[in-house]
Ligand binder design. Structure first.
Ligand SMILES: N[C@@H](CCC(=O)N[C@@H](CS)C(=O)NCC(=O)O)C(=O)O
Length: 199
């Protein structure tokens, strides 16, 4: 029996999990779920009700996207997304924490500004941009976030930058974040990304 991944195609957390699973070559079955109507089997194994969730053949449940990435890469990491010790550096962790923390917080408010009328769209965008500026500076120094080859933070973070770019595509592509734009575009055009986004 293969592990089963409960996933949602457009969810950035699910995308990062699928990217790591795909690159690792580990075979899993995938079940696309409707977030409005989550299957009982998913809620039974993970009552918190978020995706992605991975159910292993032995019944163990992995219910955090980063843990799913690390699980897959611990089995096979052909492109060295993890560091040599098979772990995540403090630098990598810190970038992902900032992404999943304050960047995601302001991204949601930028995306759904009408639901958060206490501040303006541009305020939320400016707050989110702090992280993007830091990424752009890094990417002006090397092709990927940590060095010159893609690693786990690139893969964990770009699905969220993609979401940011989609909120106001024209604004994003007219911005001065040229290094960030090139990085995002290269990842979006990659065979890996397009494979995990197939319907
Ligand atoms: N910390 C979780 C967050 C996952 C998450 O929030 N996923 C969203 C979809 S993008 C979700 O399932 N939300 C529940 C819902 O919309 O009902 C992870 O990294 O896996």
């Amino acid at each position: 029996m293969k592990p089963l991944l409960y996933t949602f195609r457009r969810c950035p957390y699910a995308i990062r999990a699928r990217l790591a699973i795909k690159i690792s070559g580990v075979e899993v079955d995938m079940q696309e779920v409707s977030l409005r109507n989550k299957p009982k089997a998913l809620l039974d194994c993970s009552p918190k009700g978020t995706v992605p969730v991975l159910k292993l053949a032995d019944g163990r449940i992995i219910e955090e996207s980063l843990d799913i990435m690390q699980w897959a890469l611990s089995i096979h990491d052909p492109e060295s997304w993890m560091d040599k010790s098979g772990g995540l550096s403090a630098e990598a962790k810190s970038l992902i924490d900032q992404n999943d923390g304050s960047f995601k917080y302001f991204l949601d408010r930028y995306k759904y500004a009408d639901r958060f009328p206490e501040n303006s769209v541009s305020y939320y965008r400016e707050q989110a941009e702090r992280f993007l500026m830091a990424l752009n500076t890094r990417l002006s120094q090397h092709c990927y976030l940590i060095g010159n080859h893609p690693t786990l933070p690139d893969m964990a973070i770009f699905p969220f930058v993609r979401q940011f770019a989609h909120v106001d595509h024209g604004w994003f592509y007219a911005s001065n974040y040229n290094y960030l734009i090139n990085w995002l575009d290269a990842l979006l055009e990659s065979t890996l990304f397009n494979t995990v986004m197939q319907k």
